[in-house]
Design a protein around this ligand. Structure first.
Ligand code: BGC
Length: 289
């Protein structure tokens, strides 16, 4: 199913990743493509990589059920094709993604464990794919373009949704696959107590949920001593209801890119990977001369 107003007619948006992604003076026409795979929806859009913003409307299709790798890859291909994109694609996944391979499956089909996300989606769309953990993609986007754009130090981005995703960015560099949503909180896996899904499931008031968040974020800041904490996920648009209740030594702010952050971060990483591959190929050609 497609959310109303999200699908656009198949406007052509050919892959046009050029060297100098994000570099000062780079063309304002540098575009990439990001796909955000979630438990209920898969969303994709062309991204303006200079501005860190969507360059087309998002297309959202329901995550297939069962969400096997092949079924998900087909849905991703449908979205990418609808936009007419034929360049490199960045693809988020809500689990550990180590060198393109899915290694965990806390809230997704277990069939994904051991699946090469980059290969399965890459085959389906016949283009290079960069796979990345969902929170890492969102965190990187917030660090480059959003709530942490001006923070040169250590940034901890958390996404509060079905689970708790985390990203650590130090000096602008992402430390991938920090799974801090699974820290222990009151003797439990933290995300089962403090995610937005836990708030819904247990019908917690904002005060009740905030007291869990308080313990969770205090634990995080005691372990990491970040300069800034960013709170993302859909519930971050209601940040005024819970962030003021938290008493932390670290500044804590809502995410700015909201539900576009994953798409933007994934597109950015794919463009950077394409650029590095191009530079590698040029280097190899040079060495052969
Ligand atoms: C997963 C993470 C993911 C987070 C948010 C957690 O359950 O372990 O990899 O980033 O959910 O989707």
């Amino acid at each position: 199913m497609t959310a109303p107003g999200e699908r656009t007619p198949g406007a052509r948006a050919r892959g046009a990743v050029t060297p100098g992604v994000g570099a000062p003076g780079a063309s304002s026409d540098v575009r990439g493509y990001g796909v955000d795979i979630g438990g209920s929806g898969i969303k994709g859009a062309v991204v303006d990589l200079d501005r860190g913003a969507l360059a087309t409307e998002r297309i959202r299709l329901a995550t297939p059920d069962p969400s096997t790798p092949e079924a998900v890859a087909r849905t991703v291909a449908d979205i990418v094709r609808e936009h007419g994109w034929d360049g490199p694609v960045g693809c988020t996944f809500p689990a550990v993604v180590l060198h393109g391979v899915v290694r965990t499956a806390a809230n997704v089909d277990q069939a994904w464990i051991g699946t090469d996300l980059q290969a399965v989606v890459g085959t389906s769309i016949s283009a290079p794919v960069t796979g990345v953990n969902d929170a890492d993609a969102a965190g990187l986007a917030e660090a480059r373009f959003g709530a942490a754009k001006d923070e040169p130090g250590v940034v901890l981005v958390t996404t509060l949704g079905t689970g708790i995703g985390t990203a650590v960015i130090a000096g602008g560099v992402l430390v991938p696959n920090t799974e801090l949503g699974h820290l222990e909180l009151d003797g439990h896996d933290a995300e089962t107590r403090a995610s937005d899904a836990a708030r819904d499931r247990e019908v917690l008031s904002w005060e009740e949920w905030s007291s869990r968040l308080q313990r969770y974020y205090r634990h995080l800041e005691d372990l990491f001593w970040p300069d800034l904490i960013v709170v993302g996920g859909g519930v971050s648009k209601k940040a005024a209801k819970f962030l003021p209740m938290l008493e932390l030594r670290t500044e804590i702010v809502p995410a700015q890119l909201r539900n576009e952050a994953g798409i933007i971060g994934a597109a950015l990483l794919a463009a950077e990977a394409a650029e590095a591959a191009g530079a590698g190929a040029a280097g190899a050609a040079g060495a052969a001369d």
